[in-house]
Design a protein around this ligand. Structure first.
Ligand SMILES: Nc1ncnc2c1ncn2[C@@H]1O[C@H](COP(=O)(O)OP(=O)(O)O)[C@@H](O)[C@H]1O
Ligand SMILES: [Mg+2]
Length: 369
């Protein structure tokens, strides 16, 4: 992908050892190292209060890091005021000027920059065309739907052609259908314009849909920064495994480790072979992580060539149209989920004894929960 190009010419943003406290005691961003490449769509994902907005505000220049340094294009930005950073912003609550028309709202970043009138007209027209709201140019925000207002906020953030746009939960106020539509629209705009986007959300589905890379935040610490598929397939700890997608957890104790795999004794008896991803060593507690689609149900008594096999009891089945889920009790976990092809749930009834099986490669031994 980088075609041998110098990484320094590609990197647009760099956080180095950034910390932030508001009260002088509690660090809300603990030690952030994060590089963002030019043209990349990076999402800060995490639960409420994990430090996402604070991180975005430090990049925008509305908050100052307590320690560490932020660079844009290899220049420290400590003393660069927000309007010099060439950044567009979109917030959850749109923050449009209610007394201005749509056209005037979108023109605002240009007029404050003293752009010539003819150029303002031209750029505003292009921006409104881009978000398909040319015919509503003379309305006021109050006369638009939530989705339309958010598109105006987007146009306003992009109209002055900034090098980067920051978005903080921009779709949080919209209903699910519109949110999913807007996710695709923003993603397409990003692809067309090649602009760098730093996006904040607490919605993992949204992050997976839109991002080139995702930084998973928890309690002021980035747990993992990776591509969406890597976060899902190769989480480095239990927190990420549980935050991204559906995860099955089995608790146990490491018995042996050999060539990257470990044998784990389950508390309820029996054992499993797993990838030794994040375990301390023999005798240490671990939480095994297995995704629902990596497990098969084996009828009781039937054979399987998958190395891990455990007894299970059917609790429930859930029909979901394109697939079904079996909820099982496995090794004391009563909410163990197995994804089934459509129709395959029909033969399973509550209380039925079956086996589940999965490969060691599809099971990750992580830190205990
Ligand atoms: N201006 C502020 N003054 C004091 N504390 C703040 C301020 N902004 C955020 N915090 C606190 O910092 C922590 C992180 O907040 P925030 O960055 O908004 O998280 P997120 O966007 O992930 O929900 C929270 O505990 C929050 O209460
Ligand atoms: Mg926030």
């Amino acid at each position: 992908m980088d075609g041998g190009m110098d990484i320094r010419t590609q990197r647009l943003v760099r956080f180095v050892g950034v910390q932030k406290t508001y009260d002088g005691e509690h660090l809300v961003v603990k030690n952030l190292d994060l590089d963002i490449r030019k043209g990349e769509f990076v999402t800060l994902l995490g639960p409420s209060g994990s430090g996402k907005t604070t991180t975005l505000m430090m990049l925008a220049g509305f908050e100052v890091p307590t320690h560490g340094e932020i660079f844009i294009a290899d220049r420290p930005i400590k003393n660069m005021p927000p309007h010099k950073r060439d950044i567009g912003m979109v917030f959850q609550n749109y923050a449009l000027f209610p007394h201005l028309t749509i056209e005037e709202n979108v023109a605002f970043p240009l007029t404050v920059r003293g752009t010539a009138k003819a150029e303002v007209t031209e750029r505003v027209r292009n921006a409104l065309r881009m978000i398909k709201l040319e015919n509503l140019a003379h309305r006021r925000p109050g006369q638009l739907s939530g989705g339309q207002q958010q598109r105006v906020a987007l146009a306003r953030a992009l109209v002055f052609n900034p090098q980067m746009v920051l978005m903080d939960e921009p779709l949080g106020a919209l209903d699910k259908r519109l949110r999913e539509h807007m996710q695709l629209e923003i993603k397409q705009l990003h692809e067309q314009m090649g602009i760098t986007v730093v996006y904040v959300t607490h919605d993992q589905g949204e992050a997976l849909t839109m991002s080139d890379r995702i930084a998973v935040f928890n309690d002021g610490i980035v747990q993992q920064i990776d591509k969406p598929d890597a976060l899902y397939e190769r989480p480095v700890n239990s927190l990420v495994a549980n935050f991204i997608g559906e995860n099955n957890v089995l608790s146990g104790t490491v018995e042996t480790i050999e060539q990257g795999f470990c044998r784990v004794a389950l508390a309820s008896g029996g054992s499993v072979v797993a990838q030794a991803v994040n375990v301390q060593g023999p005798g240490a507690a671990t939480a095994l992580s297995v995704r629902p689609e990596r497990i098969v149900i084996v009828p009781d008594g039937a054979a399987t060539d998958l190395a891990n096999r455990l007894p299970a009891t059917v609790q429930d089945t859930i029909y979901l149209g394109d697939h079904a889920l079996a909820v099982l009790k496995v090794a004391g976990n009563g909410e163990f989920m197995v994804k089934l092809p459509p129709g395959a749930h029909a033969g399973l009834g509550h209380g039925q004894a079956v086996s589940i099986a999965f490969r060691p490669e599809d099971c990750r031994a992580l830190d205990p929960v």
